[in-house]
Design a binder for this molecule. Structure first.
Ligand code: SF4
Length: 426
């Protein structure tokens, strides 16, 4: 019998302790519905308490908790480290299962994000995390979304079993360099993190290949069971060490290439009580986190190189840092005004993608539309492009910015003053 007052007290502590983990978005979740299994839960549609948006616009709400915030490790940047003076709590396996099922039935959530401090050993902790997912899937036939945070030092067998039940697995790399990790998280090991990510990548790749093969053969029966069908992700803390943006993005780029990560999440370091003197006293500007996400996107989908994004025209050098007062694409365009305006009726897709205010979808639409007839200013309005931004950088048959408009030094200031301030999530 579970005491609901005790459970609520634990929930308050362990949901709060989980808020520092940014890597719980569920983008890319496969559609799954319990109507096929006779169980309960679904990853399709709906709105909830903790939102993540899939590429097709679906939104998945998650119960985001730690199994426990007791931890044997002493990561300097973490509020749950051994020496931290915080209230501690620990859920049993049944308590997490009950909470997930009850919250689901009340329509609060559509899935679970479960992480944990290290109790007894990496293997013991991972066994507990896997046991929650196993019970949900096999005993309760829960078909909702499950994201498990895995412990890189745990045995490969346990990580492999986690992949059978989870939609997504993640391992936090935490810091961009091995040197920083050794200094701030002495029990963690960059090599075992990489090794575990490599094992997960192999499992995910083999599953996807078997899925492709089954499709090719015309039969839907897979030769391998599902393995983390929504891939793997990771999180990097920004501003806890001295790493610049270029170092962070370089590490992220390597992870995307080597382990085909779905996402790298950037989480601005939050100062914690009784912090180590190795840590900065102040958090980095939240805008830095936001700029890293924008740059990450530009590197992956817009054909930009790292050097292009971190070049600062004022100082004519690579500073290794992104501008805070302008988004990285706009900063690049303002530093390369000689390449503008771009003629939207003639330029290739890659060049159009570099225009501030034009994203991947609209660049495709523009290229498609101009096959039918030449683009006019009204077409840009119809696509709801941010006209004030775009109009200084493009020409169409009835619009051409004057050279005065492009050369005007006030242009940069005008855009800088309109930068949105990012709000704190917590
Ligand atoms: S392993 Fe490190 S980061 Fe994770 S909960 Fe423990 S102290 Fe925090």
């Amino acid at each position: 019998m579970i005491d609901s007052d005790v459970l609520l007290k634990k929930l308050a502590i362990l949901a709060d302790a989980a808020k520092y983990d940014a890597s719980c978005a569920s983008s890319g979740a496969e559609r799954r519905d319990s109507s096929a299994t006779g169980g309960i839960g679904s990853t399709s549609g709906g709105m909830g308490i903790c939102h993540s948006y899939a590429p097709d616009g679906r939104c998945i709400s998650l119960l985001k908790i730690l199994l426990t915030n007791f931890c044997l490790y002493e990561c300097a940047y973490c509020v749950n480290r051994t020496s931290s003076n915080v209230a501690r709590a620990r859920f049993s396996i049944d308590e997490v299962v009950t909470l997930t099922m009850e919250f689901y039935k009340r329509n609060y959530i559509e899935g679970l994000f479960l992480s944990s401090g290290i109790i007894r050993s990496a293997d013991y902790t991972m066994e507990q995390v896997v046991a929650v997912a196993r019970k949900l899937r096999l005993e309760h036939r829960f078909a909702g979304y499950i994201h498990l945070k895995t412990i890189p030092e745990a045995s490969p067998e346990l990580l492999a079993e986690a992949g059978l039940y989870a939609d997504r697995l993640s391992i936090n790399v935490e810091l961009p360099s091995e040197k920083s990790l050794n200094a701030l998280a002495p029990e963690k090991n960059a090599r075992s993190i990489d090794r575990s990510m490599q094992n997960l990548e192999l499992g995910i790749r083999e599953y996807k290949e078997s899925k492709r093969e089954a499709r090719k053969q015309g039969n839907r029966k897979l030769t391998l069971p599902k393995f983390s069908p929504s891939g793997q992700s990771t999180q990097m803390i920004v501003g806890a060490d001295a790493a610049d943006d270029a170092t962070i993005l370089q590490r992220a780029n390597g992870l995307y290439k080597r382990y085909r990560l779905k996402r790298v999440y950037y989480s601005a370091f939050s100062p914690i009580p009784d912090a180590s003197s190795q840590l900065p006293l102040k958090p980095p500007p939240l805008m830095r986190e936001h700029r890293l996400y924008q740059a990450d996107w530009l590197l992956r989908f817009y054909g930009f190189s790292l050097d292009e994004l971190t070049y600062r025209p004022e100082s004519r050098e690579q500073t290794g840092m992104l501008a805070l007062d302008q988004d990285p694409k706009l900063a690049w365009a303002l530093a390369h005004r000689e390449l503008f305006p771009v003629d939207l009726n003639r330029a290739d897709y890659e060049t159009i993608l570099r225009v501030p205010g034009i994203g991947v979808i609209n660049a495709r639409r523009l290229v498609k539309q101009r096959r039918i007839r030449a683009l006019r200013f009204a077409d840009l309005q119809r696509l709801r492009l941010p006209i004030q931004k775009v109009k200084s950088f493009v020409t169409v048959i009835d619009h051409k910015p004057t050279s005065h408009q492009l050369d005007n030094d006030q242009l940069a200031a005008r855009f800088a003053s309109s930068v949105d301030k990012q709000l704190s999530l917590f």
